[in-house]
Design a protein around this ligand. Structure first.
Ligand SMILES: [Mn+2]
Length: 328
């Protein structure tokens, strides 16, 4: 029934006994968590607790408000008080550094396993249950849940569904495979309210976010050929609207939505001349390749990195690179 299960099976077979043997499990996911990171970590915690494990979910950053409806979201901690774990499960994370600068790397001595769907699997760990063709880590965890013999509850299903709808752009991106749909069909069999989940995620914006969007849209810049669009949020705008940098999530899609645009970038300022740069593309341009030139990474159609300079200089740098190597 599932096309990708045979690819996952060898590593599922390795991971299942490792999980069964562990008592205290730490679950973590990439910093600045999105729906896949938050949803898959919460689902993993429910799965492990169903097996009687003592579970802590750690993220160094706050969980965005729109995922706080998930049962278990409030139990996520932002720092640890002890470091005595049998296993650390890292989800939706291409490499350990993405867990964030304040992650207690040096204090944890337990073995690590990864569950991931980014392009290249991290291999310096016990097992990496990895499938770059999976729509979301949530899709992979569905199979792990079955292999562990854990019954799919509404709590698990809502968290996995959150992970899959957010990472597929609500089933719009090419990552929306038949398998992703089949997994979602199984999740829906638990009879949770899909509209309730979608409303919490997408129609639950604070007024401040809309005010910030108003300011951000005024920064729209387009390259002469119309293929590159750029938006940015500086610290002044965030302050004026009482918003944190995380509130700009999703704004980049307005730039990509313009007819003719192939790549959109969004710059969020977090220090003088220091920006977090997000990329989105449509079609064949692999923005993870661009981001990796600057020490970042991600997926073919969504990636990020950090860059120094002014908005203008960063924009020019990206435009030059795109024109010379990618827009051909
Ligand atoms: Mn993901």
């Amino acid at each position: 029934m599932f096309d990708r299960l045979s690819h996952l099976q060898p590593n599922i077979d390795k991971l299942v006994p490792i999980i069964h043997e562990a008592h205290r499990v730490l679950v973590s996911m990439h910093c600045r968590p999105d729906g896949d990171a938050a949803g898959s970590a919460i689902a993993m915690a429910h799965i492990l607790r169903a097996l009687g494990k003592d579970v802590t979910v750690l993220n160094v950053d706050v969980i965005p408000d729109n995922f706080m409806f998930l049962n278990g979201a409030k139990d996520i901690v932002h720092e640890l008080t002890d470091y005595d774990y049998d296993l650390c499960m890292v989800l939706d994370c291409a490499e350990p550094s993405l867990l964030g600068r304040s992650f207690p790397y040096d204090k944890l001595t337990c073995p690590w396993v990864f569950v991931d769907h980014h392009k290249t699997p991290w291999t310096d760990c016990l097992v990496n249950l990895h499938d770059s063709k999976a729509s979301a880590v949530g899709e992979i965890l569905f199979h792990l849940c079955n292999a562990l013999g854990v019954e799919l509850t509404q709590d698990i299903a809502r968290a996995l569904y959150t992970s899959i709808i957010t990472d597929t752009g609500s089933f719009r991106y090419t990552s929306t495979t038949a398998d992703a749909m089949r997994v979602c069909a199984c999740l829906l069999a638990t009879d949770f309210d899909v509209w309730e989940v979608a409303s919490y995620i997408y129609e639950n914006n604070p007024v401040a976010k809309l005010k910030l969007l108003g300011l951000v849209l005024q920064t729209l810049w387009l390259s002469k050929d119309g293929k590159l669009a750029c938006l940015h949020a500086d610290r002044q705008m965030l302050k004026q609207c009482h918003c944190s940098g995380g509130m700009t999530d999703g704004f980049i899609n307005y730039a990509r939505s313009i007819a003719g645009v192939e790549v959109s970038i969004f710059l969020t300022q977090f220090d003088t001349n220091l920006y977090r740069l997000s990329f989105r593309s449509r079609g064949n341009i692999d923005v993870s390749e661009i981001a990796s030139r600057f020490g970042g990474g991600g997926h073919k159609n969504a990636a990020a990195c950090t860059l120094q300079g002014s908005v203008e200089s960063i924009r020019n740098q990206i435009e030059t690179l795109l024109t010379e190597e990618f827009f051909v």
